[in-house]
Design a protein around this ligand. Structure first.
Ligand code: ADP
Length: 327
């Protein structure tokens, strides 16, 4: 049964991810479809505190489904960590009669929503948007597929020059706490080794393996490192490999922010559209303080609090497959 909700607001918060615009479009247009007034909050929680809130209509989200970034902009807000900030945020919502809030962001933004909804009576629904895919309870998060594909495209290009010169390349991809981009892009580009924060890195094992490959003249080798790998990231791995393999031509490349931008993939646009639609349905059906995720291609609704507590786990079989295929 649909609930009495008349005005909703949405924001993008924390780290940006390609596909956020597609989610904004879906939330706005679904809200309007159900006869709701829809407000866009600029720059996440900070814009909410500063009352930077605009009324959205169907045209405000025209021609954005294919664009990276977020038209609502995003931010990290220190003020929202304080009760005083959250009080002001609540007052800004109340004075407009907003009775539902959609937060598109990662686990940090969800943590903010949990605190906010406990202190003030404002129903919140999250949409999992992060390139890191590190929110347990959802097989996909908005932005991951695009970021992983951007990494694959870049690594493919590097591989051409790597092959031409018989080089070893250490390529660092994004992922401060999570190794999914590294795992997926590394497997998809035929990496010898993939180093991720979830697994302790045994550098000696990599050195031994590269020496063995050197002996049998397999000189082109690719190592994909997540930026948050416990050994210290791409530069550190490259430095130690250079020390231990003086004959090898070793180069390091840090892919960096290109992984955050660009047109979202078909996958990210479709999951963003579905999640956006279901987030509004959730508010209307009284499923509050949950985030919308996708498991086995079905929508599911996970309490925001659980998203905060759980962390995704890496399937170790993937690493084993990578090792076998890299011979
Ligand atoms: P992401 O959503 O990408 O994980 P952050 O971790 O930076 O990004 O979180 C985004 C914002 O959420 C923070 O800048 C802060 O304003 C808010 N936030 C995070 N944790 C809390 C918390 N425990 N209480 C209140 N607000 C929080």
């Amino acid at each position: 049964m649909k609930q009495k909700v008349s005005r909703i607001a949405l924001m993008t918060s924390g780290g940006d991810a390609p596909g956020m615009n597609a989610a904004i479009r879906a939330v706005v247009r679904t809200g309007l479809y159900y006869g709701l007034e829809v407000y866009g909050i600029m720059r996440g929680y900070q814009g909410l505190i500063e009352d930077d809130i605009i009324k959205m209509n169907s045209r405000s989200v025209a021609n954005i489904i294919q664009r990276g970034g977020t038209i609502l902009k995003t931010a990290r807000s220190k003020d929202f960590l304080q009760l005083e900030g959250r009080q002001t945020a609540y007052e800004n919502l109340k004075k407009r009669g907003i009775d539902g809030l959609v937060i598109i962001g990662g686990d940090g933004s969800f943590r903010g929503a949990v605190t906010f909804s406990k202190e003030f009576n404002i129903p919140c629904v999250g949409i999992a948007g992060t390139i890191d895919k590190d929110i347990a309870g959802s097989d996909y998060t908005i932005g991951f597929d695009t970021a992983a594909n951007t990494a694959v495209e870049a690594i493919d290009k590097i591989r051409d020059t790597m092959e031409a010169h018989d080089r070893v390349f250490v390529i660092e991809v994004m992922g401060r706490d999570a190794g999914y981009i590294a795992l997926h892009s590394g497997m998809a580009t035929g990496a010898e080794s993939i180093l991720i924060p979830e697994q302790k890195t045994d550098i000696n094992d990599i050195i031994t393996s590269l020496k063995e490959k050197e002996r049998r003249k397999k000189l082109v080798n690719l190592i994909v490192v997540a930026e948050g790998d416990d050994f210290g990231g791409g530069n550190e791995v490259g430095r130690v490999l250079k020390e231990n393999l003086p004959k090898a031509e070793i180069r390091v490349c840090i892919l960096g922010h290109i992984q955050r931008g660009g047109a979202p993939s078909c996958m990210d646009r479709t999951i963003a559209s579905r999640m956006g639609y279901h987030a509004v349905e959730s508010l209307l059906e009284g499923r509050h303080n949950v985030f919308v995720g996708i498991t086995n291609n079905e929508m599911n609704y996970i309490p925001l609090e659980q998203a905060v507590k759980m962390k995704g786990t890496i399937n170790e079989e993937w690493l084993n497959i990578v090792k076998i295929l890299a011979k």
